[in-house]
Design a protein around this ligand. Structure first.
Ligand code: TPP
Ligand code: MG
Length: 325
């Protein structure tokens, strides 16, 4: 990556952080309904991994999806409009925070049922292989999802069929309120991939460049036809699981320890060491603030969908598929 690409990734992480802080505020004002799972602390994982994909590669994730959506190129104004239930949102305001998606970006969501998107990811990769396309699917999920049946079925079939897929476990060390020690039989999530004969790596999820490098290698492996790869990124969420989490399951000093390992602060230090000026970084910060302020205005001024929209988009219209030879 060159310096311009580094700055783009820095900017993405800062935009995500500001977007999430603003979302929390809007939620507290009652403007966002349902659940809201913030990505604060995990920015380097999503941004680093998605930066390694080609635009024709698929990305799919769980409900903690705002950061991954930004990394995939979704505009913050479209994300905020979706969260506020407005017609200008990516799903016309009918999906909300947990169901961001845009097929044009090859970003397949945003899924609320823990682990349920993992077999969908396997299906995306199967479709690519069947059609002879060289796309790779990046499937993000949490540590908690690795204890779910869908995970094991999805990984097993991906390995049986040698599918072009990278499973990316964002190990933030907790499910809703249960630590991995209390929920997982093995301490490293990648050990579960070994059961399916899948090669794996474990990376520091707070280090943007380390995540990017590991994801690039995993994607190259999958694209070369060598089958699935499992990448575990060790990370941490600074906020509660969802809004209104009393966080009785962890100590504040543990949170503070991880906050001192902040992925944005660490990448900032790397950039300064490589000769980027503090002024350049300040300008990116200011630009991110302005982007989010514009996005809030856009979302607030957009209309709610009309009632008849309720019956539209329930099922997708099938597209004409190319027939196999
Ligand atoms: C099948 C199912 N069971 C339970 C839940 C409730 N639930 C929502 S998130 C969550 C924890 C998942 O933790 P993890 O996979 O580590 O993701 P994280 O929230 O840490 O990103 C649970 C149990 C759910 N949404 N779906
Ligand atoms: Mg987790």
């Amino acid at each position: 990556m060159d310096q311009a690409e580094h700055l783009t990734l820095y900017q993405q992480m800062v935009v995500i952080r500001r977007l999430e802080e603003k979302s929390a505020e809007l939620y507290q004002q009652g403007k966002i309904g349902g659940f809201l799972h913030l990505y604060i602390g995990q920015e380097a994982t999503g941004v680093g991994a998605v930066a390694a994909r080609s635009p024709h590669d698929n990305v799919i994730t769980a409900y903690r999806d705002h950061g991954i959506a930004v990394a995939c190129g979704m505009e913050p104004k479209v994300i905020l409009a979706e969260m506020l239930g407005k017609v200008t949102g990516c799903c016309k305001g009918k999906g909300g925070s947990m169901h961001l998606a845009d097929k044009r970006l090859n970003f397949w969501g945003g899924h609320a049922i823990v682990g349920a998107h993992i077999p969908l990811a396997t299906g995306l990769a199967l479709a690519n292989k069947f059609r002879g396309e060289d796309s790779v699917t990046l499937c993000f999920f949490g540590d908690g999802a690795t204890n779910i049946g869908y995970f094991h079925e999805g990984l097993n079939l991906a390995a049986v069929w040698d599918l072009p897929i990278v499973f990316i476990c964002e190990n933030n060390q907790y499910g809703m309120g249960t630590s991995i020690e209390r929920a997982s039989a093995v301490p490293e999530m990648r050990q579960k991939a070994e059961a399916y004969g899948m090669p794996s790596a474990r990376v520091d999820g707070m280090e943007l460049l380390a995540v990017h490098e590991a994801a690039a290698a995993a994607i190259a492996h999958a694209r070369a036809g060598q089958g699935p790869y499992f990448l575990e990124a060790l990370t941490y969420r600074y906020r509660g699981h969802s809004m209104g989490d009393p966080e009785r399951y962890r100590k504040q000093e543990e949170v503070r320890r991880w906050q001192s390992d902040d992925p944005i602060g660490k990448f900032e230090a790397v950039l300064l060491k490589r000769g980027i000026s503090p002024d350049d970084l300040n300008a990116i910060e200011a630009q991110a603030e302005a982007t989010i302020a514009d996005a809030v205005r856009f979302a607030e001024e957009s209309p709610f969908p009309p009632p008849e929209e309720l019956w539209r988009d329930v099922y997708a219209e099938p597209e004409a598929e190319p027939q196999p030879a």
